[in-house]
Design a protein around this ligand. Structure first.
Ligand SMILES: Cc1ncc(COP(=O)(O)O)c(C=O)c1O
Length: 437
């Protein structure tokens, strides 16, 4: 039997997706009609018909140094030619070099160790387990509208209802209000959000906890940045209750926010455990837990490995990604180009009443749509209408947020000024198109 020729017709793909993909994947489609991408390069994608798009989604924040980067592809393919997999029990220099290089990007003065996984949610589950093993406690805190992944632990730490399956979730998790300065429960009163952590520890736990998890800038939540002082204050309260602070940098890492390589570095806080994935691999599957040695030590007595964690192809790619991020100054590019894009989104907001807020840092930006700027009532219908238009105007974005009223802009970090002009013009046209209905 020979393999059937690859069928790139949209009708063929739609039929196979319906028939052979599990119904659990059904909701995870962007537009009313199917779309397919066949080729990528840098910040651009081409669909199966050859149309070119600017990828403002970075293929779900995975593409940091650009699609189909030839240096990354070369490193991965050289390793694939030599030995595509080597399980972690055998010594191989590539994952070891990567662990060393990754640890070196973390704040000095701590003994950082690395546990490589296949994905972000595996890393989140591992971080949860590590914190529990280290502290001997069960209780964990997470933010109300957080997204941390689909696996058992990560899903239980996810507060957005649409991502929580109708099953019994991993127990021992309490949610606290997120300090969303635009629409959070306590407005811009940071102390009130911190008090809520203390209150949750007091009323929902035995008083001792295993830890808390938070993103520095929440991604799926709709680009919600932790305000100055929050993460530091949260870490103090969590540690006072015996817990560890886990920071999820799956979306916000590798210089995306422009100010620092890891977004937490701009917040005067050092995590006890940090969770990484997506952009570290630029499309090659890899995740990582970077933890202080004394915390990871708690798991030393039992076996704990992920079959493809430390996969040398992914690690070879990830090493090249680290090198390119540095050599091509992509963090600085994210800061400068992202700043200009945010300015252009600000102009757009001035002219369109349906935009309630534009926000973010570097190349982690958002446009939030509301029915009324005073009441801030979310407008998922307008968001969906603008979103459908983005397809015609050849920009790729995603709808985010618990109310699906935010467009998230998280492009590859090589976006340039010319792209910014095109993107701003495209959004202008999308908004006009959406208004016409
Ligand atoms: C903040 C955050 N954490 C964890 C994850 C889970 O990562 P993965 O999908 O690689 O399992 C995601 C995925 O989108 C994420 O956005």
């Amino acid at each position: 039997m020979t393999l059937a020729e690859t069928d790139w017709s949209l009708a063929g793909m739609a039929r196979r997706r319906d028939q052979y993909f599990s119904p659990g994947l059904k909701k995870f489609v962007p537009f009313a009609e199917p779309i397919s991408f066949r080729r990528g390069r840098g910040q651009y994608l081409w669909d199966e018909a050859g149309n070119k798009y600017i990828d403002l989604l970075g293929m779900n924040v995975c593409i940091s140094v650009g699609h189909a980067n030839s240096a990354v592809a070369k490193a991965a393919s050289a390793q694939a030619d030599e030995l595509p997999h080597c399980t972690t029990m055998f010594y191989h220099p590539v994952p070891l070099h990567y662990a060393e290089e990754l640890a070196a990007t973390f704040p000095k003065g701590h003994d950082w160790v690395v546990h490589l996984t296949n994905s972000g949610s595996e890393a989140v589950d591992l971080a949860l387990m590590m914190a529990r093993a280290h502290t001997g406690q069960t209780e964990f805190l997470s933010l109300h509208n957080a997204y941390h992944g689909p696996t058992a632990g990560a899903q239980a730490l996810t507060g957005i209802a649409g991502f929580r399956q109708n099953v019994v979730q991993v127990p021992g998790i309490s949610f606290v209000p997120e300090p969303n300065l635009y629409r959070g429960a306590f407005g811009n009163k940071i102390d009130s959000y911190l008090d809520a952590i203390e209150a949750a520890i007091k009323v929902s736990t035995p008083g001792r906890i295993a830890g808390m998890i938070a993103e520095t800038i929440q991604g799926y939540t709709g680009i919600v940045e932790m305000p100055a002082g929050y993460l530091k204050g949260a870490a103090e309260r969590v540690r006072a209750a015996g817990g560890v602070m886990v920071i999820d940098e799956v979306q916000s890492g590798v210089g995306r926010t422009g100010e620092s390589f890891w977004a937490f570095e701009s917040h005067d806080v050092v995590p006890d455990i940090c969770v990484l994935a997506k952009g570290i691999g630029n499309g090659y599957p890899i995740g990582a837990v970077v933890a202080k040695r004394e915390i990871a030590e708690a798991m030393a007595d039992k076996f704990m490995f992920h079959t493809y964690g430390s996969n040398p192809v992914s690690c070879a790619a990830a090493r090249e990604v680290l090198r390119l991020l540095r050599e091509e100054n992509l963090q600085k590019n994210a800061l400068e180009v992202g700043g200009r894009l945010l300015d252009r989104l600000g102009d757009l907001k001035q002219r369109h009443a349906g935009i309630g807020d534009v926000r973010g840092k570097g190349l982690m930006l958002a446009i939030e749509f509301v029915k009324d700027r005073k009441t801030k009532e979310p407008d998922p219908e307008l968001t969906a209408a603008v979103f459908e238009q983005t397809r015609q105007h050849r920009v790729v974005v995603s709808k985010s947020g618990p109310d699906r009223n935010v467009l998230r802009l998280v492009p590859p970090l090589c976006l340039n000024d010319k792209d910014v002009d095109q993107v701003a013009d495209a959004f202008e046209a999308c908004l006009s198109g959406a208004m016409k209905g």
